[in-house]
Design a protein around this ligand. Structure first.
Ligand SMILES: [Zn+2]
Length: 129
């Protein structure tokens, strides 16, 4: 689960973790766009960072507590499309497919996620499967 800053970022950007999602997960900087936030949340699922997942969740939809399935390993993220969610937007959506492996078999989840700004930073609101 642990990942070095010099490792490839789990979100599949092609950059190293330390200059992609890691500073966002560690709250050194805010995700500039909804897509960057979505990527950082995927990476947080990969490294098992529940605190960051809750932090980046809109207060009105966030679960009180979060427990990740230890047997489920997120492997690859494909961004299909984005709508708004840019530097000057207040909301936006990202449609993606997230590939995982659970108990030996591969699967995927396709979702259209909604994001909005909360106190200036992007947060995840909810998703439609
Ligand atoms: Zn990344």
């Amino acid at each position: 689960m642990s990942r070095l800053s010099s490792d490839r970022c789990p979100c599949g950007s092609g950059m190293v973790f330390g200059s992609c999602c890691e500073p966002i997960i560690r709250r050194v900087k805010n995700a500039p766009t909804a897509q960057a936030l979505m990527r950082s949340r995927f990476s947080a699922f990969c490294v098992g960072d529940c605190d960051y997942l809750l932090y980046s969740w809109a207060p009105e939809t966030a679960p009180v507590d979060l427990e990740l399935d230890e047997d489920l390993r997120w492997e690859r993220l494909e961004i299909l499309s984005t709508d708004e969610g840019g530097l000057f937007d207040q909301s936006g959506t990202v449609t993606f497919v997230a590939h995982y492996r659970a108990r030996g078999s591969a699967g995927f989840q396709r979702e259209c996620s909604s994001f909005r700004r909360h106190e200036g930073r992007w947060v995840y609101v909810d998703g439609e499967l």
